[in-house]
Structures are given as C-alpha cells and as structure tokens.
Design a binder for this molecule. Structure first.
Ligand SMILES: CC(C)(COP(=O)(O)OP(=O)(O)OC[C@H]1O[C@@H](n2cnc3c(N)ncnc32)[C@H](O)[C@@H]1OP(=O)(O)O)[C@@H](O)C(=O)NCCC(=O)NCCS
Length: 146
C-alpha cells in the first residue's frame, strides 16, 4: 500500500466528510471540516492511498499541547496500520512545531480507538461521566508526552 500524507485541504473535504459519515453516528458536517481547516491552530492531515483519501486526522496545536480532535480511517482501509501511521505522523509534526504533550477524548466503548491509543502509550488521565450527548456515554481523557 503506497501512502502519502498531506495537509487536509479543500479538495479533500468531500472524501473526508464521506469517511466521517461512514465511521460515526453523529458525524461532523462538511462545513464543520471547512471551519476546522481555516483555524490557525489546526494541523489536519490526510492519508492518501493511490490518490484517494483513505484516512484523516485533525489535530490542534494549543500552546504546547497537541489535541487530537478527530481521526478516522475509511472502513475499507481499517486494520492495515493506517490509523497508527497517520497518528504517529501527526504527533511528530506537532512535536516539531513545539508540542510537548498530546491529549484526546475517546468514548469508553470505542475499543478500536482505545486499543490504538494505548498501543501508542497514551495513558488515562481522567474519566468524564456522561460526556457524550445524547447517549450519555463516558469520555476517557488520555494523555502522553511527545
Ligand atoms: C480507530 C481507528 C482510527 C483505527 O485505525 P486503523 O487504521 O484501523 O488502526 P490500525 O490498523 O493502525 O491499528 C492500530 C492498532 O489499533 C488497535 N485496533 C485497531 N482496530 C481495532 C479493532 N477493530 N479492535 C481492536 N483493536 C483495534 C490495535 O491495537 C491495532 O494494532 P494491531 O493491529 O497491531 O493489533 C479506526 O478503527 C477508525 O477509523 N474507527 C472509526 C472512527 C473512530 O472511532 N475514531 C476514533 C475517535 S476517538
């Protein structure tokens, strides 16, 4: 699989929104992604396979914190190492821009994402009961150094 990683740009938004829709029950809209890429603190990236967007990762650089806002891999490309590769790339990029730690929130029931994050040495910092609306699922706040 030949993968290239690029900054998320307008031309990727349709494909990114389609991946988001395929991966989440309450997906971000295309216009929300548009707002996201216009933010000066965002360092969003896409992974292309044969020129098609196969995954994306949205990261904010807030002072010295790299905050992972969103990550998803197209269902057809999951479990092939792409999520780990893209996330590691984004964390390294954030570190190169001055981040010294990374953080994110994840649903307690998201076993795939939790396994990915724990495999990359994220650690549990806090549990936020009932964080996700409307289901009331708890969020786990994970952190790691960079
Ligand atoms: C979470 C997600 C990004 C992982 O991407 P991926 O490319 O499939 O993951 P990788 O192939 O890089 O796997 C890396 C590790 O994650 C874990 N993992 C990934 N998918 C898993 C699954 N379905 N079940 C259990 N562990 C899983 C494993 O530890 C895996 O390592 P291994 O293959 O050596 O066992 C992907 O499943 C996804 O897009 N999910 C839907 C969107 C989402 O939930 N995003 C996270 C929001 S917090």
């Amino acid at each position: 699989m030949r993968v290239s990683i690029l900054p998320l740009a307008r031309e990727h938004l349709d494909q990114v929104a389609a991946i988001e829709k395929a991966c989440f029950k309450n997906p971000w809209s295309r216009s929300l992604f548009m707002e996201e890429i216009c933010m000066p603190i965002s360092m969003d990236q896409v992974a292309l396979v044969d020129g098609q967007v196969a995954a994306f990762c949205c990261i904010w650089l807030v002072a010295s914190l790299a905050k992972v806002q969103n990550i998803a891999v197209h269902p057809a490309f999951q479990r092939r190492g792409l999520g780990r590769y893209l996330l590691l790339h984004c964390l390294a990029l954030a570190r190169d821009h001055g981040a010294v730690r990374a953080g994110l929130e994840v649903r307690t029931g998201n076993i795939a994402a939790l396994s990915l994050y724990y495999s990359l040495e994220f650690c549990l910092e806090e549990r936020r009961p009932g964080y996700y609306f409307p289901e009331g699922e708890d969020a786990l706040l994970l952190r790691r150094g960079l």
